[in-house]
Design a protein around this ligand. Structure first.
Ligand code: SF4
Length: 426
């Protein structure tokens, strides 16, 4: 344990500042704030790269980080205020990033993505940064290299300015945690644009490149989006062979969902759509993540499932069918596209003239890293109650703080799929 104020390593409390490090709950609140800020910074960084900034966001980041050095450390109520403010600022930064994405790459359109392979050289791109993908697509045009997305890059296929490149051919693999196996099997070159990159196996270390803020010791790093070395590497590697695949539909965005809002409201009023579930978030590796697959399989056929982030790979191979032409599984994109979910929920609440806690919408989230924390803080700021999270509570949330969140927001840990579904639909 260390003192949050002077960073001394301590046992039983800092000799200088006395109390810090002793109070598990204050430390927990501080960790929640710091992890939430990391998530906000990730969104802010992507937006800035695309030329979009907001001084209010930057100012909050400085202030909130500074509080972690001051006496506010010892005041749990002040920390709670900052935590909810972080949720509010996170909505602003997600909105800013959404604007940056749609101005640069257009409004996503529903698009079927091929999961097989095509004959020829290939590069697979993982991570979240659409600008890096765009630059790579420009630099590989006409070079006989097919580009595949991986993990959180999958939603890129829905953006008009990205899908216009004919050599963006499909998606390889699934969520971040399976990279080591999936990159091992990919014969071409690999580009990692952001976080959620694993230490590579030796079998593909020399085919892996990082860029932007990403870096791994012993792996070639690309500077200033000059991908020539990556392209050279891809051309020197064996070609992929043609292989069939299934299709995944991506490209839903709050703007194309709001265009059909009247139809959705009518279907709700006619009883054809009973409930919306938002099931997604950061996939947590391991067996316990299977909960989400089992849960969505049990969801009745008169319910719509919204999803986003890499947790969807637990179930996006299933066929959910449609309700009167509306797909039952609506993929809103990356964790970086969470703003779409918030816009849809707010629009439903306005159209149905009810507050968020009375909407026929339930959130069943999987969380793992910092952006998921920032999104959870936004939902708490919006006073969304009754969210289920899992597979386990993060260790940095003390049991007392979790109880506070449970009392105030009815935040719950997942249990068994059947039991949670019964609770939600009763
Ligand atoms: S959704 Fe979360 S866990 Fe998944 S790749 Fe994005 S940041 Fe990482």
């Amino acid at each position: 344990m260390f003192c949050y104020q002077c960073s001394q390593t301590i046992t039983g409390g800092c000799r200088i500042h006395g109390v810090c490090g002793k109070d598990e709950d204050v430390s927990s609140l501080q960790d929640i704030l710091i992890f939430g800020l990391k998530g906000i910074c990730a969104y802010n960084y992507h937006a800035k790269r695309l030329g979009f900034t907001d001084p209010q966001i930057d100012s909050f980041i400085s202030e909130a980080l500074f509080t972690t050095l001051t006496n506010v450390n010892f005041d749990a109520d002040r920390f709670l205020e900052y935590i909810l403010k972080a949720g509010q600022i996170n909505i602003k930064v997600m909105e800013l990033l959404d604007k940056a994405h749609t101005v640069h790459f257009g409004i996503p359109e529903p698009t079927d993505v091929f999961t097989g392979t095509k004959d020829g050289h290939g590069i697979v791109v993982t991570g979240h940064d659409l600008l890096d993908l765009y630059e790579l697509l420009k630099q590989t045009e006409g070079k006989n290299i097919n580009i595949y997305t991986h993990g959180e890059m999958l939603p890129a296929h829905g953006y008009p300015e990205l899908k216009k490149f004919k050599h963006l051919v499909g998606n390889w693999g699934s969520a971040w945690a399976k990279q080591r196996e999936e990159f091992d099997n990919f014969p071409g070159a690999i580009l990692a644009t952001t976080n959620c990159i694993l230490i590579p196996k030796e079998s593909y270390r020399d085919r892996l490149f990082t860029c932007s803020v990403t870096g791994i010791k012993g792996v070639k790093h690309i500077k200033d989006t000059d991908f020539s070395e990556l392209i050279k590497k891809a051309l020197s590697l064996p070609k992929l062979k043609s292989r069939d695949g299934r299709k995944i539909t991506v490209g839903f965005h709050y703007r194309n969902i709001l265009e059909i809002a009247d139809r959705l409201i009518l279907l709700i009023k006619e009883g054809k759509i009973r409930h919306f579930f938002l099931v997604g978030g950061c996939d947590t590796p391991g067996e316990r993540g299977n909960y989400y697959r089992e849960f969505v399989k049990l969801i009745p056929r008169d319910c719509v499932i919204l999803t986003l982030a890499c947790g969807k790979y637990r179930f996006n191979d299933l066929d959910f069918g449609q309700i009167d032409g509306i797909p039952r599984l609506i993929d809103l994109g990356q964790c970086n596209n969470s703003y779409s979910a918030i816009e849809i929920v707010i629009a439903l609440s306005e159209a149905l003239k009810t507050d968020l806690s009375n909407l026929p919408v339930s959130l069943v989230l999987t969380w793992f890293e910092q952006k998921a924390v920032a999104i959870l803080l936004s939902l708490l700021y919006l006073n969304v109650k009754g969210i289920f999270v899992g597979p386990v509570a993060p260790e940095f949330i003390s049991s007392r703080i979790f109880s506070v969140l449970k009392d105030k927001f009815n935040l719950r840990l997942i249990t068994q799929p059947e039991q949670d579904l019964r609770t939600i639909l009763k």
